[in-house]
Design a protein around this ligand. Sequence first.
Ligand code: ADP
Ligand code: GLC
Length: 482
Amino acid sequence: MKKVLLVSSEAVPYMKTGGLADVVGSLPKYMNREEYDVRVIIPKYACMDASFLPQLRFVCHFYVNLNWRRQYVGIFESEYKGIHFYFVDNEFYFAGPSPYDKIYEDVEKFAYFSKAVLACLPYIDFAPDIIHCNDWQTGLVPVYLRTSFGDDNFYAGIKTVFSIHNMQFQGRWRIREVMDITGLPAHIFNASELESYGEANYLKGGVVYADAVTTVSPSYARDITTVEGGEGLSGLMSATRYKLYGILNGIDYEEYNPQTDPYIHANFTRKDALVGKKRNKAALQKELGLPVKEDAFMVGIVSRMTNQKGFDLIAYALDELLPSMDIQLVVLGTGESQYEKMFHHFQNKYPDKISAYIGYSEEQAHKIFASSDALLMPSMFEPCGLCQMMAMRYGTLPIVRETGGLKDTVEPYNEYENTGTGFSFMNFNAHEMMLIIRYAYNVYSEHKAEWNDMQMRAMDKNFSWNSSVHEYEKLYDKICEQ
Ligand code: ADP
Ligand code: GLC
């Protein structure tokens, strides 16, 4: 039996700000439990949903040294749907109102977390064969493992995987301060290890020190080796190709299941999807105060509001798009205030055509997936993207930009051969996006049978973890043999 520890700054159901949490919380459920004992460790945030707190059991406490600081580490544990979770407790670091804050605080917080994760292993009596780290917040785990813990026999055989969910965030800060915060030796802050553009870079540390590096779709694995997609690290990523793997994310088919989903107005299966979706659409229109019209083209958006997600194209397009079509845009998201304000503005201007819920709501997300005709994701870049897969599971057709995981999961409609599972456009250009939205609207309103066939094809796709999970298993086996 191989032991794997997944290290992350978030995981469902305890803490989620984006797809990372979905991935870390659901991947272990689908691993072969006879052969892999996969456990998860995350921080114990004070802002975690309070209903989980009574289930957390205290395991132990100890102190960890970070340079001249000596910090308390409490370890808690819990089981959720058969998965063993550990939590690192320290209120100095994790008591804020959100998991992430200012970068100079986060670099210290996650250096502490990374060291605490390694230090806790003998205390919790879990000696993993593999530590699987995720995103920059855990980038220092492989670094500490080979430096501060390098002489300790307990850690000698441990292999590491570092998964990149988003290259845009790298955890960069001034070298002098990072040396002070982390206590890492000065000699590793060089251009081949932790230094990048004159700063310390946690993501780079993870990439350089891990035994294998993965990212969350085959296309994004290529994108990050290019100047356009590499976020300044394309040279490093090209040089890392020998240990770089693109493994497509899956989604949790139990959580996102139109047949059993407790959040949606009417449950449905593939057989009664058309009726079921109509009911959900009418219920959502009513709930949001939109005109209850069966034929209106309901386009959903569920997204973090950042430039990554293509909101600049949307800002440019809505004044042209909304008045010219029988469309209803149903938006759910939170993030940068410029985009939140933009949606307030358009909602005031076109109250019958757009409803924007600025905030975070699991329930509302599920309702949008179930009720919409299409889901819009015009991302500038997209490592994988989960929403388009969730949408397809509910017979909602994605309209996406051809980038990263969107390209790998959405097959564009071909009207001559009646194939495809959605619509896509290539250039990051508002007019190209509008053209494809109009085209989708035309198929939706004029070629209903073809639209409905496409919904069935989308629902028939299998985006569960079942296939990708084997790729992780193979990778774990491979690096253990090295
Ligand atoms: P990213 O991780 O870049 O934000 P993904 O598409 O991979 O994008 O995953 C986003 C996840 O977060 C999905 O599970 C989506 O439903 C969820 N999500 C995003 N914004 C919200 C929101 N405002 N309310 C509820 N869920 C949201
Ligand atoms: C990141 C990416 C997203 C991906 C998610 C989970 O947040 O932006 O594309 O699906 O991580 O891997």
